[in-house]
Design a protein around this ligand. Structure first.
Ligand code: CO
Length: 139
């Protein structure tokens, strides 16, 4: 079951440049910076009342975030992630209802969460991630 918004992914050119805006102008504290090699991104997380903002900076020119920044040079909202209590079941349910999947099997994302993306062609234009808490103990 999908229970809440886990995080909103925001593409940025530079985490070093974006973190002071979130910390100083908005007053949120950066909870940590983590590189996710599999997704070719560096991430920074801010806790906003239990929902997180996930900043995403590409670490490689062939990162999906680098491609997004080519089309959106100032950065912008990249995806919404819903918390899943059982990601395998939720993926199977979405697929059974006709939703195409980018990831048929969950991958490991930041904070050791299991993550998978639905295809935006089937999600009314919003890139949608499902994520299930991992056992890193940090959330
Ligand atoms: Co995400």
């Amino acid at each position: 079951m999908l229970t809440k918004i886990d995080h909103i992914g925001v593409a940025v050119k530079s985490i070093d440049d974006a973190v002071p805006y979130y910390e100083n102008a908005l007053g949120f504290k950066c909870e940590g910076i983590e590189e996710v090699a599999d997704q070719k991104v560096k991430t920074a997380f801010f806790n906003v009342g239990g929902v997180h903002i996930e900043l995403l900076e590409p670490t490689s020119p062939d990162s999906p975030i680098a491609k997004f920044l080519e089309k959106n040079p100032h950065g912008g909202v990249h995806h919404i992630a819903f918390n899943s209590s059982d990601i395998v079941a939720d993926l199977a349910n979405a697929e059974a209802k006709g939703v195409g999947l980018i990831n048929k099997e969950p991958k490991i994302g930041a904070h050791a969460k299991k993550i998978a993306f639905l295809h935006p062609k089937f999600t009314k234009g919003v890139l949608t991630e499902l994520c299930q808490d991992g056992d890193c103990g940090c959330h």
